[in-house]
Design a protein around this ligand. Structure first.
Ligand SMILES: C[S@@+](CC[C@H](N)C(=O)[O-])C[C@H]1O[C@@H](n2cnc3c(N)ncnc32)[C@H](O)[C@@H]1O
Length: 251
């Protein structure tokens, strides 16, 4: 419920900013109702997602406690808002490349099962946001887990959770994913849905340097590189809707 209310607050903030300085016209009225309709549909979808996660995934006590903590941290300024607010001050990245969206626990569970994540693995979420996937891989699969993001609050808050819950084998680093040393990784997760052509090229070059044998989960973008063997593909649930998820092995 708190998650849904905080999304609603975010939508109202965005709506009020968008329409604040504009002169009202017939076109604007149409646009306004279109946004309201879109946001209402998004709220219904998001409520369904949160409910399904609560029933099927959040049975693990520790995971539930951490999820409650994340919800509490972002209940006023939610993660979508934090990303927008801090994203504008990052001069090295276009704001569109930092667009925030979240992987549901249902989706990350399917992906980590598919890729057979285990306790010997080192899991990286490249652009980890609040760190949900990183906590999930560490707690549920016992894998060493690392989250990287450019947004300072995401990294600081996640590191505070690590300390508070005394979690082991889990690290959050504030850095560009393109500058990070990924040599010890065995499973990589990346959501480049909104990357522009420059960043996609940087990503392809980074992928070419990943350790051989490691597995890669990529959202939305199918990648054809000789260094990658495709293992599968699946449509899964994300905070904005259904999206294709691609699985690869580095060869
Ligand atoms: C779509 S969100 C995904 C969040 C999380 N991985 C999930 O699946 O729920 C993408 C995240 O990547 C981060 N990001 C984008 N470009 C980045 C870069 N070059 N270096 C580090 N983080 C980046 C953004 O700040 C954002 O938090």
């Amino acid at each position: 419920m708190i998650k849904v209310i905080s999304l609603l607050k975010f939508q109202l903030k965005v709506l009020s900013m968008y329409f604040k300085d504009s002169n009202w016209s017939k076109e604007k009225t149409k646009e306004f109702f279109f946004y309201i309709l879109y946001y209402l549909m998004n709220i219904c979808y998001y409520s369904f997602l949160c409910f399904a996660e609560y029933i099927f995934i959040l049975k693990n006590k520790k995971l539930k406690e951490i999820d409650n903590k994340i919800t509490d941290i972002y209940k006023n300024d939610n993660q979508f808002w934090v990303s927008l607010k801090e994203g504008y001050s990052i001069k090295t990245e276009k704001i569109s490349n930092l667009t925030y969206g979240e992987t549901s626990y249902l989706a990350i569970k399917y992906s980590l099962d598919f890729i057979k994540l285990n306790s010997q693995d080192v899991f990286y979420d490249l652009g980890c946001g609040t760190g949900k996937n990183v906590f999930f891989s560490n707690i549920v699969y016992n894998a060493k887990s690392i989250g990287i993001d450019l947004i300072k609050s995401f990294i600081d808050n996640a590191n505070n959770i690590v300390k508070e819950f005394d979690l082991k084998n889990i690290t959050f680093i504030r850095k560009s994913i393109f500058d990070a040393d990924l040599n010890n990784g065995t499973v990589f997760y990346i959501t480049p849905t909104c990357f522009d052509r420059d960043n996609l090229n940087k990503l392809f070059n980074k992928i070419k340097t990943l350790p051989k044998g490691s597995r890669l989960i990529v959202l939305s973008i199918e990648i054809n590189l000789p260094e990658l063997k495709k293992l599968g593909q699946k449509k899964l649930f994300y905070s904005w809707g259904l999206a294709d998820t691609f699985y690869y092995q580095v060869v």
